[in-house]
Design a protein around this ligand. Structure first.
Ligand code: C2E
Ligand code: MG
Ligand code: MG
Ligand code: MG
Length: 287
């Protein structure tokens, strides 16, 4: 009887795997069509200063189709399928031109943040893609922030390091994204050329819940490490005025989160920059 039961669950396991393979095949097909149909577009989420003025935006990839999966699902898939280079390059080009236009129109726009996949950093031509887009668009290099997530498959490889250093020498700023959750948080601080540290939203979201002393202590310690390393700090996942206030008290330079605005389309971001309708609350500048 036990044996029968075992083979039944094995069969169920088999069919689950078959289903999963089928789902992935379908997704691969949809993703390839989406690339040719240019269904991947950038949304923008405002980033504000300590006095809650919009100073920049993070570009976030969206797949515009019915029942589209979120980036947390489709980006790893684009990476696996080798499509992130093409999509990432197109995205980088587009959003750099958009940011240049926002600056030309003299909106108070200082910095565009773009997420970069480790796969892109492995590409020889990556630096050229960035510099070409900057030159064509007229966006100053210091207005571009490249966000790099700690991950298993980027380490202190010499060519990657060299590329990052070259970009930084041009004036492009580098941010370490999702700090604290990744594979080797402190290790990254040792080898990576960096300007900004983005505290992962999981830490920031916790501040809203209990106010347990420990959650605040962890965030405070992260900010101290960042500042001791000479880095600016951006908090992501700020969902309330209260948490925004706590983060400012703890010494954060910039804030990002639903309290200030969700990711929105380029057209909506243009309107927002025009009106700058962000809840106001002054904070002392950092010394
Ligand atoms: P990320 O770079 O850490 O981006 C922040 C994520 O947090 C975004 O999710 C954003 O919508 C979400 N978020 C912002 N504020 C809040 C908040 O107040 N509360 C909560 N709960 N969430 C908030 P999204 O857009 O789903 O992106 C997920 C991840 O996908 C990004 O995390 C980034 O790692 C990756 N990603 C997005 N666009 C790109 C891209 O163009 N290229 C690459 N390589 N990765 C991208
Ligand atoms: Mg990011
Ligand atoms: Mg993040
Ligand atoms: Mg991330």
């Amino acid at each position: 009887h036990a044996r029968e039961h075992g083979s039944n669950s094995l069969r169920r396991f088999d069919s689950e795997i078959a289903e999963q393979i089928e789902r992935r095949k379908q997704l691969a097909l949809r993703v390839r069509q989406a690339v040719t149909r240019q269904e991947f577009v950038a949304f923008f989420q405002p980033i504000v200063s300590r006095d809650f003025q919009i100073v920049g935006a993070e570009a976030l990839l969206r797949w515009q189709t019915t029942n589209a999966p979120g980036p947390a699902e489709f980006i790893p898939f684009l990476e696996e399928q080798g499509l992130i280079r093409e999509v990432g390059r197109q995205m980088l080009h587009d959003v750099i031109h958009t940011a240049a236009r926002w600056r030309r129109e003299r909106y108070a726009f200082e910095s565009l943040s773009v997420n970069v996949s480790p796969v892109q950093l492995r590409e020889e031509a990556f630096v050229t893609h960035v510099t070409t887009a900057l030159k064509e668009s007229g966006l100053p290099a210091h207005c571009l922030i490249l966000e790099i997530t700690e991950s298993l498959y980027i380490s202190d490889e010499k060519p990657v390091l060299e590329r990052l250093a070259r970009l930084r020498a041009l004036g492009v700023r580098l941010a370490l994204d999702d700090f604290g959750t990744g594979y080797s948080a402190l290790g990254y601080l040792q080898w990576m050329p960096l300007d900004i540290l983005k505290i992962d939203k999981s830490f920031v979201l916790k501040l809203a819940e209990a106010h347990s002393g420990r959650d605040i202590t962890i965030v405070r310690a992260i900010i101290q490490i960042a500042r001791a390393c000479g880095l600016d700090v951006t908090a992501e996942g700020v969902e309330s005025a209260e948490v925004a206030h706590i983060m400012c008290e703890l010494g954060t330079h910039c804030l990002q989160g639903y309290h200030f605005g969700r990711p929105i389309s380029e057209a909506d971001m243009t309107t927002l920059l025009h009106s700058s309708a962000i809840p106001a609350h002054p904070h002392q500048p950092l010394t």
